[in-house]
Every structure is written in C-alpha cells, then in structure tokens.
Ligand binder design. Sequence first.
Ligand code: KG4
Ligand code: ZN
Length: 355
Amino acid sequence: MTDRAAIVLGIETSCDETAAALVDGDGRVLAERIASQDEEHRAYGGVVPEIAARAHVERLDHLIAATLAEADVGFADLAAVAATAGPGLIGGVMVGLVTGKAIAAVHRRPLVAVNHLEGHALSIRLAEAVPFPYLLLLVSGGHCQLLAVEGVGRYRRYGTTLDDAAGEAFDKAAKLLGLGFPGGPAVERAAREGDGARFALPRPLEGRPGADFSFSGLKTALAHRVAALAEPTPRDIADLAAAFQAAVVAVLADRTANAARAFVTDYGTGALVVAGGVAANGAVRAALQVVARPHGLRFAAPPPRLCTDNAAMIAWAGVERLRLGLTDALDVPARARWPLGHDAPAPMDAPAGAR
Ligand code: KG4
Ligand code: ZN
C-alpha cells in the first residue's frame, strides 16, 4: 500500500529534460514522465538555454497533469511540491520553480526548493537503503565532485574539477568524434567496439595527491589525435572513443581512491556512491566498484534511469527534506549557481546560462 499521506510531486527543469514524478514516503515512484529535448538541441551540438526554457514552458503543465492522472492523485493529496530551484540554466529553473510555487500557493501545500545536486546526491537512497555518511562521486554534465554526504543538506567536499565536468568532457569528445548529441551514451556505445590501447591519451592529475579533477588537457589531446587523421575510419573513431573513455575512467578511479582514503580516516566506514549522468556509464561503474573494495567501502549506484536528470530524485529529495521540516517560503529565489552545502539565499546570482 502506498503511504498516501506522504506523496511528493517532483518537478525538474534545470537543463534539457522536462520531468515530473510522484514519490511516496517509502520511496515508491507512483508515476513519472520525462520529456527530453535532444531533437531541439541536436542541430546546435549542445543545449541552447532559450530553446530549453521555451520547451519547458510548452510541456511542463501537460506532463504534471499526466503524471497525476496516471497515479490517480490530485493536488489536494500532495504532502508537498518539490521543484528544482537551481543550479542550472536560469530560464528553465524559473519555469519549474514558478510552476511549483503556483501549485503550492493555490492548493496550500508546502513547497520544497530542491538543489538539483542534492537530488543527485540523495538519489541512491531512493533506490536502496544507504545510511549516512557516504562518499559521493557526483559526475554530471555540469559538475564533477567528491563529497562526504553527512546528511540532508550536510556536505563536505574533498575535490572538484579545475576546468571541465566529466559529462562535459564526454560531450566535447563526442562532438570531436562526430558522434552527435547527447555525447556520453554515444561515446560509451562507440567505445564498446574499440581498442582503448591503440591511442595513448593523457590522464590528467593521475597519481598526484588530492581529489581534484582536470579534463581540458585530455580533450585537447583528443582534438590533436583526431586532426592528425586525414579521414578517420569507423575503426579509428571507435578506438579513439575507447581510449578517451579509458582515460576518463582511470582519472575518476584514481581521484576517488584518494578521497576514499580520506573518507575512511574521517568517518571510519560507509559506502562509495556514484551519481549524476556519467554514473550511467558501465565502465565508470565497474571501475568504482574496484576502487571501493580495498577501502572496505560498499559500492552503490542508482539504476541508470535515476542517474541522468529525472524528477523522481527531486521528489525524493523533497520527501527527505519534508521529513526534517525543511520547507521553503514562496519567495525562495531560482539560482543559477548553488554549491552543495550553501543553503543561505544568494542575493547575487550568476548570469543566465552559468551552471
Ligand atoms: O545529470 P545529468 O543528466 O545532467 C546534469 O545535471 O548535467 O548529466 C548529463 C551528462 C551529459 O554530459 C551526458 O553526456 C552524460 O551525463 N552521460 C554520460 C552517459 N549518459 C549520460 N556520460 C557517459 N556515459 C554515459 N552512458
Ligand atoms: Zn543533473
């Protein structure tokens, strides 16, 4: 039986997925709708903020209505409305947050303004019972961080990227290799057919102390390799994709091993969790499993559909926050930038488009 007293509606519009989901207090996903905008952005090889915002406006209301209808849930049945309030493309974030505010105001439901990164960070707890604290590798299109997750709203950072995010690197590699958009899944598919040992690519910061990341040198090296081939064959493309993915995986594993050492010193034991779009990658997951073992950490990864952007993780973050009484006022702002662990309102937000 569903705990109908604790159903939260989640709304996600921070990038190029428009999504709505209903999740109950036990973590059951009662209904879920997700509309990706791959077609709209494909011609540009990346997400165009204005196009994304408009697409969210056009789709969100229908999506929410269909989600409620599927679960036979009315607005009055909701324990709360949880909407992504940042970080992300500000136009899209505003569409989702304003919609959430309107539902909350009209139906007198509490509002939870969810940090999209916290949605990713807690997504594992929607999939399985992983207690706090845990070590989190958060790898998405806009972020690449290693964090200790001590609890809801409580994060300590071990490392972050000095330049590109891991997903961004996958997307740029896909573009260089002519594999299209979105890049991550395309590179993973091509890499499966390739020989990762044929081309040597750099593995920035590998073997160095600390838990920071860097991917721009790898991207540049790949660009040079591609340029050196007059007319790359499908074999060349597959081999380059495999070499690129192997380099990213090696860097992620190396930096995570350093953070695991620090985490075990700080907290004794726990789990190693991976989340965000890049966590859908099979090679990344397999490598992290190997990293976790010698440190006595259990490895946990959400199913791939919960790794890429979705509204179930936003609803779930809403469930977790609501439980702690962490609801928000209706004047809570949309935020282009919002680092994890910084819950105070930011009066001076980043310009539109910053992530
Ligand atoms: O979490 P997410 O859906 O959106 C952000 O919050 O950024 O992550 C999207 C990123 C994109 O860069 C995409 O290329 C990457 O995740 N991604 C992957 C895979 N699936 C998605 N990267 C590598 N392998 C995949 N299978
Ligand atoms: Zn995301």
